[in-house]
Write a protein that binds this ligand. Structure first.
Ligand code: PLP
Ligand code: ZN
Length: 434
């Protein structure tokens, strides 16, 4: 495991060895500045660069995030033949009809709802479980608005790891059903996600559980970065023809179009930070020469990170979150600083969308065969907004991430469509209603 050489605090820059810390930066900066910053996992990029060429990764046969094991700070967790081995490697769909509608040339959607428990969170949970196995954690615990818990429960069930999930009692029923069916111990907290988060940290401390919490456990971003690796591989494949005839001394897949833009919805800010980390890893390896623009999309009613970004500060002021997109409903984002940087350092930005715009996005994606939960559709709603505001232009190649499956929140889905008429079982009634 010598490729994993330690952690660096994203706030104060303090460095730690792998065994020295577990969650956030423990440094006490004194009265004026107490740390607690998110820790970035540091890999030994020099030795990785010497050991691997891009082809060593792209020629691997695993059709899951485990194809990137050489670039992850964990050992192989095993679990062959189980859903744990099926996380990641999600499809990218081309959306020419929506591209036309928006006046764009190139539009794709990477469908993370195709993960084993139907959200992006499987990536994080899979890699945290690999870490849990290495440190021989008996119980893994997480706070969740639903998807992180479902992912942890589902991935754990696959390999027999004990887990406890704290979710707000307002979590959509389908997500709670997933937790229970996967056999997790579930505690519904009479409070918000933020209350559940704080309680989880206390419980982990009290009972010696290993805590997966998003934006707290450094390994969640490591799991999420695998989506960036997939985008990199997909983009190379997409552009293969235009590379033919190019000079051969250039690494095969180093050229990202300068306007290539990825849009993703943002709650705690860990997905966008994870994507950023993945692209930074690739740059550190010399396998890409620029990072795609990352545009974060927040709900208007839960926009603490977008607010900070547009105020030009890394200081995140909590909001009192209110949006129907439960997966991105967060008062105090736990990965806010890195999320602000993910957009800032890639030439991206933040846009906010209303709940009605999110519902319209669900209705726009559905007829293409893509059924997104509100937080998943929010990224597309953000693209519509970004086009209106001139943030993206016609020639920009755009990739939107759908982070979660529509059946997770049927109540919201039904608000996006008009109800079906109920008719008498007669042909006349059919004729009348057509
Ligand atoms: C968790 C989640 C998000 C947001 O991810 P953050 O890391 O909290 O920013 C977006 N969409 C879905 C479906 C999610 O479950
Ligand atoms: Zn620190």
């Amino acid at each position: 495991m010598d490729k994993f050489i330690g952690y660096r605090c994203s706030l104060c820059g303090a460095e730690y060895l792998p065994g020295q810390v577990t969650y956030t930066c423990p440094k006490d900066g004194g009265v004026s500045l107490s740390c607690g910053g998110n820790l970035d996992v540091v890999l030994d990029y020099d030795s990785l660069r010497q050991k691997f060429q891009p082809e060593d990764i792209t020629s691997r046969t695993d059709e899951s995030l485990w194809r990137y094991l050489p670039l992850l700070p964990v050992a192989d967790p095993g679990g062959e033949g189980t859903p744990l081995r099926a996380a990641g490697w999600t499809p990218v769909f081309s959306l020419p009809r929506l591209a036309d509608k928006l006046g764009l040339r190139h539009l794709w959607l990477k469908d993370e709802s195709r993960n084993p428990t139907a959200s992006f969170k499987d990536r994080a949970s899979a890699v945290v479980l690999a870490r849990a196995k290495e440190i021989k954690a008996e119980v893994v615990v997480t706070a969740s608005t639903g998807n992180a818990g479902a992912a942890l429960a589902g991935m754990s069930a696959a390999i027999g790891q004990k887990v406890v999930i704290f979710a707000p009692k307002s979590a959509p029923l389908a997500k709670v059903a997933q937790l229970l069916v996967y056999g997790a111990r579930v505690l519904l907290v009479d409070g918000s996600y933020d209350d559940a988060f704080d309680l989880t940290v206390k419980a982990a401390d009290e009972f010696g559980w290993y805590c997966r919490n998003t934006g707290y456990n450094p390994f969640t971003a490591e799991g999420k970065k695998t989506a960036a690796f997939e985008i990199w591989e997909w983009w190379a494949e997409e552009n293969r023809e235009s590379r033919i005839g190019n000079s051969t001394d250039e690494s095969l897949i180093s050229n990202l179009d300068s306007r290539f833009t990825v849009l993703v919805s943002v709650g705690d800010g860990n997905i966008i930070s994870g994507l950023h980390k993945g692209f930074k890893d690739l740059a550190a390896l010399g396998w890409i020469n620029r990072l795609p623009r990352l545009i974060g999309v927040q709900a208007e009613g839960s926009a603490a990170i977008a607010n900070a970004f547009h105020a030009g500060t890394e200081r995140i002021t909590p909001v009192s979150a209110s949006t129907l997109a439960d997966s991105i409903s967060v008062d105090l984002p736990r990965d806010g600083v890195r999320a602000v940087r993910a957009a800032g350092e890639t030439g991206g930005t933040y846009v906010t969308v209303s709940d009605n715009e999110i519902l319209a996005a669900i209705a726009a994606l559905g007829p293409l065969g893509i059924f997104a939960e509100p937080a998943g559709a929010a990224a597309y709603a953000g693209l519509v907004k970004a086009v209106e505001q001139g943030i993206v232009s016609a020639e920009d190649p755009i990739l939107v991430l759908n982070t979660g499956f529509g059946l997770k929140d049927v109540r919201a889905a039904m608000q996006a469509v008009s109800a079906a008429p109920v008719i008498e079982p007669t042909l006349e009634a059919v004729k009348r209603s057509l």
